[in-house]
Design a protein around this ligand. Structure first.
Ligand code: PLP
Length: 474
């Protein structure tokens, strides 16, 4: 890339123009056309968040002594979330940059907890996670030398507890459950996992990055929500994102531990650095003050009543979506979701769900495709309340178009996704994806071309070539 820092800075006006041009192809979240990545409560709330964020724009959460305001906000956010999740006074935690960091920290903490107890710094622990657990657990395995062991889920999308038990070995240190999981929105049987954890003396992490700030309100509103929080005996830690269904600015999550006994292992201290004595609770050094301040301000300004009112609206929106999807022949909801996240799939082998996704994208929707099973993922937020009917109408029409034209499934992204989902040799898929990511970072990848129509035959040719490399008979 030939780009260099301009010799003389551009005018701010020119920069603003260039930036708005750059975002022309971005997903239109303001119109409710995207179902992940953005959690928008209302324009007024966003304006308030911007004000809060900018007023703590330069403050740094790295040093709690320098910015005691941030320490107060962080401690109070942790306390408020711990209380919401029925933690007692012994529950401790800190804010992190997001769900991934919270999960990474919990896994690193448990690894070190067990290594210290066994007095073996090279011990490689095993953690059992449902197949549907967030991919951040895999990342933790790769980063921290933890063996991640997978357990299958049942037809409702909840982890099979007997299968978890069968996977317990002398090296197992922890089990994980989600509340709810990302792929299909089901809540794992946390009570049963808690019993197992207690019986085998294991730690139990609940990933409530999605549900922590939404399911407690749904429960209070009388919805049937399985217990998943500190009321469940055996639960030792919970991750909760404030920047998802807490509606705060990005960069805000909380990791909570049942006791300081665990959190102790998370804290990093180094006293021999020439730069001074260094300590930090999480993975980051500098921590953006705006994210911490916004999380506090969000909880304080929305309040219990605001979250309850918003939850009523969310429940209604989710139900309208699910009813609409189920009313279309050939489509159904995956498993048994509980909360604002779910997925739908094709029950008809002649209806290619990826082709449906392609037609929906032509209609301007930003669609999240999943594999295992091939499905479309929806994370509902308040912005979606006004677009349900339009979405369902477009979905009905897309399904009819795909049924009426078999060719649709052979073009665009459908064959690529179908191919990627069905290749048995996952190592080969990983290799290809790694190549693509490397090209993104070396600048060889043409982002603008990505997503354009691709000839299905070309994709099939690539697939054949890939398979022949592995000498797999098609
Ligand atoms: C259940 C669950 N856990 C963890 C995460 C990771 O959160 P983040 O993207 O904030 O790192 C997500 C993200 O969608 C999630 O759905």
């Amino acid at each position: 890339m030939s780009m260099t820092i301009p010799e003389i800075g551009m005018s701010r006006d020119e920069i603003m123009i260039e930036m708005s041009k750059a975002r022309e192809r971005d997903a239109r979240w303001e119109e409710g056309k995207i179902f992940s990545l953005v959690f928008h409560l209302s324009d007024e709330h966003t304006e308030f968040l911007k004000e809060v964020y900018t007023s703590f724009f330069h403050e740094n959460g790295l040093n709690p002594f320098a910015f005691q305001s941030l320490k107060k906000f962080e401690s109070e956010v942790v306390r408020m979330v711990a209380n919401l999740l029925n933690g007692d006074d012994g529950v401790v935690g800190c804010m992190t940059s997001g769900g991934t960091e919270s999960i990474l920290l919990a896994m690193k903490t448990y690894r070190d907890y067990i290594r210290n107890r066994r007095r073996d710094r090279f011990f490689i622990p095993e953690v059992i996670v449902p197949d549907t657990a967030h991919v951040a657990f895999e990342k933790a395995g790769e980063y921290f030398d933890i063996k991640i062991v997978h357990a299958p889920v049942d037809s409702e999308g909840r982890v099979d507890v007997d299968a978890v038990e069968r996977r317990i070995t002398s090296k197992t240190v922890a089990v994980v459950g989600s509340a709810p999981n990302y792929p299909c929105g089901a809540v794992d049987p946390i009570i049963e996992l808690g019993k197992l954890a207690q019986r085998y003396n294991l730690l139990l992490h609940v990933d409530a990055c999605i549900g922590g700030m939404v399911l407690p309100w749904w429960e209070k509103l009388g919805k049937e929500v399985p217990l998943f929080d500190f009321r469940v005996p055996g639960v030792t830690s919970i991750s909760v994102d404030i920047h998802k269904y807490g509606y705060s600015a990005k960069g805000a999550s909380v990791i909570l531990y049942k006791s300081i006994e665990f959190m102790r292992e998370q804290i990093f201290v180094y006293v021999n650095w020439p730069g001074g004595i260094y300590m930090s609770p999480g993975m980051l050094g500098t921590r953006p003050g705006g994210a911490i301040a916004s999380a506090w301000a969000t909880l304080m300004s929305i309040g219990e009543k605001g979250y309850m009112d918003n939850s009523k609206l969310l429940i209604d929106t989710v139900e309208r979506f699910q009813e609409g999807i189920r009313s279309i022949p050939g489509l159904d909801i995956v498993g048994n979701p509980c909360g604002p996240v779910f997925a739908y799939y094709s029950t008809d082998k002649n209806l290619n769900i990826y082709a449906v996704a392609d037609v929906m994208e032509e209609k301007g929707w930003h669609i999240d495709r999943q594999q295992k099973p091939p499905s479309i993922h929806q994370m509902i937020n308040p912005t979606h309340k006004d677009i349900v009917e339009r979405y369902i109408e477009d979905l009905r029409d897309s399904v009819e178009k795909v049924r009426g034209n078999r060719d649709i499934g052979r073009y665009s992204k459908a064959p690529t996704y179908g191919m990627l989902a069905n290749i048995p040799a996952r190592a080969l898929v990983e290799k290809e994806v790694r190549k693509m990511v490397e090209k993104i970072f070396t600048g060889e990848f043409d982002m603008e071309k990505f997503g354009e129509r691709v000839d299905g035959n070309r994709v099939l040719k690539i697939l054949r070539e890939m398979l022949s490399k592995l000498r797999i008979k098609k």
